[in-house]
Design a protein around this ligand. Structure first.
Ligand SMILES: [Mg+2]
Length: 222
């Protein structure tokens, strides 16, 4: 949904731990699912599966990348089976005022997540904000090359004909913001202001505070 008339600003929002808190329920469940997947498909015991999951995560930034590279895992099969949440509705924590805070931000809005499409859409529906985004880019769109790889960023720029200098990435992950800055984007970190690195333009404790910091992102207003 285009907003703001003359404004050419485009917001790219990460999903997990940016638009909602995934640490409490979602990530622990996700980690258990990944370990179970490694046990089932690589014939490992639980401790071995846990170790391998962590090793790939540390080495590649994503367990999936290690599985594709070393085991020929089908990424769609992996993502489908590890992103099954029997009670997603109860696990997604919705912050009061989120919809209002996003709706009042001038500019186009897009989601850019390392998660798969079926999960991302379900979370946005539960948060009741899906209609605020004109597009949702997920790991499938990046051909399973997760952020901070610049590949997915370039795919979005090309697909939507975006000028990166008019885009602002909103993220909890610093590595992803480092890539965004290198590509010329504005960067907003959902994290502590006193730990803000130089490649982060603005730090906010929560996306609910974004509109208050708009003046500090003036250069990206289009
Ligand atoms: Mg995140």
């Amino acid at each position: 949904m285009a907003q703001g008339g003359r404004s050419a600003r485009v917001w790219l929002f990460d999903l997990d731990n940016t638009l909602h808190d995934a640490d409490r329920h979602i990530f622990p469940h996700f980690n258990r699912s990944m370990t179970a997947y490694l046990q089932a498909h690589l014939g490992l015991d639980q401790a071995g599966a846990d170790r391998l999951r962590m090793r790939y995560w540390q080495r590649y930034g994503a367990t999936l990348t290690g599985l594709i590279r070393h085991h020929g895992t089908d990424p769609r099969h992996f993502l489908w089976h590890t992103h099954q949440f029997p009670s997603l509705d109860a696990m997604v924590l919705r912050r009061r005022g989120l919809r209002h805070a996003l709706a009042r931000l001038p500019g186009r809005k897009v989601v850019f997540s390392n998660a798969p499409a079926h999960y991302s859409r379900a979370v946005l529906e539960i948060l009741k904000i899906a209609d605020l985004f004109e597009d949702i880019f997920t790991i499938e769109h990046a051909r399973f090359r997760p952020k901070p790889d610049s590949y997915g960023f370039y795919r979005i720029f090309r697909r939507k004909r975006l000028d990166s200098r008019r885009c602002i990435m909103v993220e909890d992950s610093l590595q992803n913001l480092r890539t965004a800055k290198r590509l010329g984007m504005g960067t907003v970190w959902v994290g502590p202001a006193d730990k803000r690195p130089s490649y982060v333009d603005v730090a906010v404790p929560s996306v609910l505070r974004l509109s208050r910091e708009l003046h500090r992102l003036r250069g990206f207003s289009g």
